[in-house]
Design a protein around this ligand. Structure first.
Ligand code: NDP
Length: 399
C-alpha cells in the first residue's frame, strides 16, 4: 500500500494515472500534479477511483518540495518533460523520497541528452538512502529489460544489439508526432550515433536506412539509425556488447514534412525576435502541431518495438528477437490514449510497482538493466504489454 505522486498530465501521465489506478493493492493513493491543473482534472474524471490533483510548476523546487511534504508519497513518478528531471530529483533528495522517470535529462537550450547529469546524483542518493530508477518507459525501459532478459536466459555473451522501434500506426493528420513534438523533433534531427568496438561513431541525421521485415503481418518498413539514450547505459552496464544500435521507422510523408520544416528553420531551438518578443521556432511549431493527446481517437494500426540480439551461448553463435506489439485502438479503448503513450506509461507503472513492492531495491541511481528482469517481464504480460520471443529463422537478417 503506497502513495504515489505523478508529475505531468500529458499523454504518458494520463496512462500512468489510469494504470496505477487499476492496481489499488500497490498504489493506494494517487496524486496527479502538473503545470496545467485542468488537464489533471480531466484525467481524474476518466478514472473511477478518487485521485487527488494539484497544480505545480516542477521547475519551482521549493513549491514542489511543499507539495511532496504535504502529500507524503513513497515515490515520485516524473512524466513531465526531460527538462524537469534535475529539479524533480532535487526535490526528491530534499524530502527523502524515491524517484522514477522515463527520459533522461536534456538542457532546454541544447538538443543533447546523456545520463551524466543524472548519474552525478549517485552519491547523494546513496547517502540519503533513497533510490532513483531512470528510463522506465518502453525505449528506454522495456528495451533495457529485454536485453537483460536475453543475457540472463539465452547468452553467455551479447555481441550485437539492435533496438528496433516501429510505429506502423496512421492518424490521418498531415504531420504530427506521437509524443511531445518538441522532444520528438529534437531527438530525430540530431546526429545519429552508435557504439562499436569501444567507440561511439556518429552519422549524419537519418542518413543510415535499412529495411526490416516486422512480424505478425506488419511487414517490411524502412528503419533509420538514431541515437537513443538506452545505448549509453546498456554498453556501460553490459560491457561485453561490441555493437549497439537503435533504429526507428518513419514514413516518407513524415520525413518529407520534417525536411521542409528543417529547411525553413522551423525546428531550430535558437531564439529569434518576432514582433518585439523572443520566440523559439521549435516551440512555436509545437504550438501549431496537433497535441499528441488528440491523436488517441484517430490512430489505427500497431507499434512493434523489440531487440534483435546476437551473441554466444555454450560456445555457439546464437540470435534472438524479443518484441511487443501494441494496438493503438485497443489502447484507446482501455485508457483513452494511443499506443505510444501506452507503451511508455505501462512500464512506468510497472517500474514503480517493482520499487514499491521491494522487487527492485537499492540506494542510489539505477538503470533498468541493473535489476533482475524476470519480475518485470512477468508484469508486462499481465498489465497490457505481452512480449514474444520470435521462434522463426533469424539467420538471414543482416542490418
Ligand atoms: P506531453 O507534452 O504530452 O506531456 C508533458 C506534461 O508535462 C504536460 O502535461 C506538461 O504540462 C507537463 N509539464 C511540462 N513542464 C512542466 C513543469 N515545469 N511542471 C509541471 N508539469 C510540466 O509529453 P508526453 O506525455 O508525450 O511525454 C512525457 C515524457 O515521457 C517525456 O519526458 C517524454 O520524453 C517521455 N517519453 C518516454 C518514452 C519512452 O519510451 N521512454 C516514449 C515517449 C515519451 P502542460 O500541459 O501545461 O504543457
Amino acid at each position: 500500500m503506497s502513495r504515489v505522486l505523478i508529475i505531468g498530465a500529458g499523454g504518458v501521465g494520463s496512462v500512468v494515472a489510469h494504470k496505477c489506478a487499476q492496481v489499488p493493492e500497490v498504489f493506494s493513493e494517487i496524486c496527479l500534479a502538473s503545470r496545467t491543473h485542468s488537464k489533471c482534472e480531466a484525467i481524474a474524471a476518466q478514472i473511477d477511483r478518487p485521485i487527488r490533483t494539484e497544480q505545480v510548476d516542477a521547475d519551482n523546487v521549493p513549491r514542489l518540495v511543499g507539495l511532496i511534504k504535504d502529500f507524503k508519497p513513497e515515490l515520485v513518478i516524473n512524466v513531465a518533460l526531460p527538462y524537469q528531471d534535475l529539479h524533480i530529483m532535487d526535490a526528491c533528495l530534499e524530502t527523502g523520497v524515491d524517484y522514477l522517470d522515463t527520459a533522461n535529462y536534456e538542457p532546454p537550450d541544447e538538443a543533447k541528452f546523456c545520463y551524466k547529469w543524472q548519474w552525478d546524483y549517485q552519491q547523494r542518493y546513496r547517502e540519503k538512502g533513497i533510490m532513483a530508477l531512470l528510463g522506465s518507459g518502453f525505449d528506454p525501459g522495456v528495451t533495457n529489460v529485454f536485453t537483460a532478459w536475453a543475457k540472463k536466459k539465452h547468452f553467455d555473451e551479447i555481441h550485437t544489439l539492435d533496438i528496433i522501434d516501429c510505429n506502423a500506426g496512421e492518424h490521418g493528420r498531415p504531420f504530427a508526432t506521437n509524443f511531445n513534438p518538441e522532444i520528438n523533433i529534437r531527438e530525430v534531427t540530431q546526429r545519429g550515433k552508435f557504439y562499436e568496438d569501444g567507440q561511439w561513431r556518429e552519422t549524419d541525421p537519418l542518413s543510415v536506412c535499412r529495411t526490416f521485415d516486422f512480424p505478425e503481418g506488419i511487414g517490411p518498413c524502412n528503419i533509420y539509425l538514431l541515437y537513443h539514450e538506452e545505448l549509453e547505459s546498456l554498453v556501460k552496464h553490459m560491457p561485453g556488447i561490441k555493437r549497439g544500435r537503435f533504429w526507428m521507422t518513419f514514413s516518407d510523408n513524415y520525413l518529407n514534412h520534417l525536411n521542409v520544416l528543417q529547411g525553413i528553420g522551423m525546428t531550430s531551438i535558437e531564439p529569434i525576435d518576432y514582433q518585439g518578443q523572443q520566440i523559439i521556432p521549435l516551440q512555436f511549431l509545437k504550438a501549431v502541431l496537433p497535441d499528441p493527446g488528440s491523436l488517441g481517437p484517430l490512430t489505427k494500426g500497431r507499434t512493434c518495438i523489440g531487440c534483435l540480439i546476437q551473441g554466444v551461448k555454450d560456445g555457439k553463435e546464437k540470435r534472438c528477437y524479443i518484441y511487443n506489439i501494441c494496438d493503438h485502438e485497443q489502447c484507446y479503448r482501455e485508457v483513452k490514449s494511443q499506443a505510444v503513450s501506452y507503451t511508455t506509461g505501462v512500464p512506468a507503472m510497472i517500474g514503480a510497482m517493482m520499487m514499491l513492492t521491494g522487487k527492485w531495491r537499492g540506494k542510489g541511481v539505477f538503470n533498468m538493466e541493473e535489476f533482475d528482469p524476470e519480475p518485470f517481464m512477468e508484469k508486462l504480460n499481465i498489465h497490457g504489454l505481452p512480449w514474444v520471443e520470435y521462434d522463426g529463422d533469424l539467420s538471414g537478417i543482416e542490418l
